[in-house]
Design a protein around this ligand. Sequence first.
Ligand code: HEM
Length: 537
Amino acid sequence: RGPDYLSPTGQPTGAPQATRAQGGPYLTNAQGVRLPDTDHSLKAGSRGPVLLRDHHLREKITHFDHERIPERVVHARGAAAHGIFRAYGTASNITKAAFLAEGVETPVFVRFSTVLGSRGSADTVRDTRGFATKFYTSEGVFDLVGNNIPVFFIQDAIKFPDVIHAGKPHPDREIPQAQSAHDTFWDFVSLHTEATHHTMWNMSDRGIPRSFRTMEGFGVHTFRLVAADGGTALVKFHWKPKAGVHSLVWEEAQLISGIDPDFHRRDLADAIESGIFPEWEFGVQVFPDTPEQTFEGIDLLDPTKIVPEELAPVQPIGSMALTANPVNFFAETEQVAFHVGHLVPGIDVTDDPLLAGRLFSYLDTQITRLGGPNFAQLPINRPHNQTNDMLRDGMHQTAVHTGVAPYRPNSLDGGCPFTAGAAEGGYVEVPVPVQGARVREAPPSFDDHFSQPRMFWLSMSPVERDHIVGAYTFELSKVTETAIRERVLRVLAEIDAELCRQVAEGLGLPAPTGSPAQVRPSPALSQVGRTWPTTGR
Ligand code: HEM
């Protein structure tokens, strides 16, 4: 498989030019002055006090004191690789995006992550995994910032701080790390039952992947593609690993957390180093762009819902191979900045209220995490095509801009750049009509919280069901408040009486009786039956 992705010189493609920032035969300080010694502080006599005037000592230690930047507020622990994306051209009828035209190869950088643990937490915990891809296209950077689970906990970004507060370690003892085994997580997901679907995927084998190389990836939200003739289609993005979907079993995951907390990180780097390049097929589910933005009764703006592949098959539009490890973890994996707003002509967003909040959040957090507004100039974030913006100055500005002040039109600057309409490759938002009263409320379709988790459960094999029951039982056994456990059991009763009974038995609690709350199932789900094409079998 490897040679396809090698350059003519045999080097893996996709990796950045490793620029050696420093060199020369002599050790110097940061100002280039040669140093005679970097092991002894300047002292008043060999046994005397260290002198404050020792600038080298202070420069060296001060720099060290500032080596760390804040970890990501979520997805802090990750591992990444460079690669190549190759388009089949099969999406050219629905999108004008240049990188999706037949045969086009685009360098990519992909970062996989856990969500809740800190930078130093273990890899094989039960959690959602991030799957974020940066495409350095000829028309600018496109980021697909997805997860390995196709749905999300909440339907509106305004709850994101709340779900993350509930899932992160408790503020007093800062435990547990990266596990859903605690009171606040289960309190949240049983009070906000829209989280039931995502939680059930977490409790399934999908929550403990065998390897980053064997994970599916999902864009989760519905996006809008724009064709060259202006026609639009709604799509959901999918990554399918060519090596298949594989998971650990819980006992393996627990053992590996102790034996090798870097298990996934090591696995990815070792595979790439030995020429076993992980590969994925990239595909889309395509839906007509109707004013309702529903498909077979499923609300496409609800990020807690999937569209079963039986109703809309995933159509392959390209493939990706990861071919090179980062040369510097900090410069690449740590400093990379993904953003759902990094879009290219031919790909637009929809009004999914979760996506709307994300469009604000990523740039905002990165201004803090990466120390100011100029992180797009970092090598890993820089577009591979030419940029010509009017952004100037600010913290960590490294460009030396020449000419007059940037505004346009500008009668003083002979080189005033042109603007581009759609015909010249400009990014023009789809003019979707907007209407409605200003309200803080969700549509009625967002009230159906249980029909899709039920479909997921019913599609599982007996072994997979055992694993789900075991996971709920283990995680809930760590919850100290009986009222929370009982509330989760009532949620499970909404999904399936047998699931609820088995978990209740494992916890030594009575299974709730009585009729479940009324829910509104999506009409299309009755057609789907008991199979679930995207499970890990
Ligand atoms: C980071 C995915 C929802 C805020 C990330 C990352 C991924 C991701 C993969 C890690 C990126 C990397 O590797 O650097 C998702 C998915 C979501 C979702 C699939 C739902 C479908 C949200 C929401 C918000 C949010 C609703 C806020 C309103 C953040 C922030 C970071 C992050 C602040 C840290 C970014 C950084 O420091 O660079 N998300 N996320 N996410 N996400 Fe999300």
